[in-house]
Write a protein that binds this ligand. Structure first.
Ligand code: ADP
Ligand code: MG
Length: 297
């Protein structure tokens, strides 16, 4: 009996080796297994899974549209990994899927498409005005990843200078490191909150308020009312201050211009309430200015 099982196991090994060698006659298969840090006698036990790995890698190279992905798990590639005593196969996201997954870390409310694709690598290098901001970003990324206390920016500058693009590029970069954020075009956000009722109102408002990082874009361009200033902006900022949540702003206005803007509502001039908001913004941010030509085409 024992002799028989030894015989079967020997026979088995020969068959495994044969099918592995047959597979190796395929150039792509051979080139692939050569790159793996796993011994051949191990790999031999998994020829058909390895063939699947090769097939999926080949189709990835030719892929233009993830929707047409033919893999066993759409958007994922079968990948071998050596553990202590065997090889396991798992699915990892393909490059296109990774891009989609990291973009999901940023929630965009009413933001144009070019902003969704903003990237730090593509930030104009010809403009000296951007250098201090880029330096701030590098330090910010480092500190944030080390869980140090950091402040967002209040980035002030003229129309079209690239403020929105810059901060979005930073948040898209952080998304790759799995940091979630929300980019809100503030004037539209208010319009929507004003005209929506019930669940929708709550959902957007709460997403912004609780977001790990929040970017309020174009503050000061909204029609200010005491409701938007005190109930919406005031409560969001108060909460974010208390919870030490990072918040970014861009504006065409300086802080003192913003203060005047916030003070003037249909209720008349309310300087103290406006001042309270400005104090919160100052607590949450470092103020910087972007001086640049209009980049809008
Ligand atoms: P702002 O918010 O200051 O008004 P934007 O950030 O919207 O300006 O930039 C104006 C235009 O220039 C946008 O269309 C934006 O996509 C483009 N832009 C700004 N900076 C860059 C950049 N570094 N690379 C590519 N496009 C940029
Ligand atoms: Mg802008």
């Amino acid at each position: 009996m024992e002799k028989l099982s030894k015989y079967i196991s020997k026979e088995n090994k020969i068959n495994l080796k044969k099918s592995y060698m047959d597979a190796c006659s395929d150039k792509d298969f051979y080139n692939y297994v050569k790159t793996l840090p796993i011994k051949e006698e191990e790999l031999m036990k998994y020829t058909s899974s390895l063939e699947q790995c090769v097939k999926e890698r080949k189709s990835c190279k030719e892929c233009h549209n993830i929707e047409k992905c033919s893999h066993e798990v759409k958007g994922y590639i079968l990948t071998p990994e050596k553990t202590d005593n065997r090889v396991i196969f798992s699915y990892i996201a393909c490059p296109k899927k990774k891009e989609i997954l990291y973009k999901e870390n940023v929630t965009y409310f009413d933001v144009p498409k070019d902003i969704k694709n903003a990237s730090l690598k593509q930030v104009y290098k010809d403009d000296k005005g951007r250098i201090p901001i880029i330096k701030y970003f590098s330090q910010f990324i480092k500190d944030y990843l080390e869980n140090k206390e950091v402040k967002g920016l209040y980035l002030q500058g003229s129309f079209g200078s690239g403020k929105t693009y810059l901060i979005s590029a930073l948040l898209n970069e952080l998304a790759k490191k799995n940091i979630t954020s929300t980019i809100v075009y503030y004037p539209e956000f208010l319009r929507e909150l004003k005209s929506s009722f019930g669940d929708d109102y709550n959902e957007k408002y709460l997403t912004a308020k609780n977001s790990e990082i929040l970017f309020l874009d174009d503050i000061g361009a909204e029609n200010c009312s005491s409701w938007s200033r005190d109930e919406i902006l005031g409560s969001i900022l108060q909460y974010r201050m208390e919870e030490h949540l990072v918040t970014f702003f861009t504006s065409n206005l300086s802080l003192s211009e913003l203060e005047n803007h916030l003070a003037t509502t249909t209720n008349g001039v309310e300087k103290i309430k406006a001042r309270r908001i400005i104090e919160r913004i100052k607590q949450l941010t470092v103020v910087m200015e972007l001086v640049s030509e209009n980049r809008r085409k």
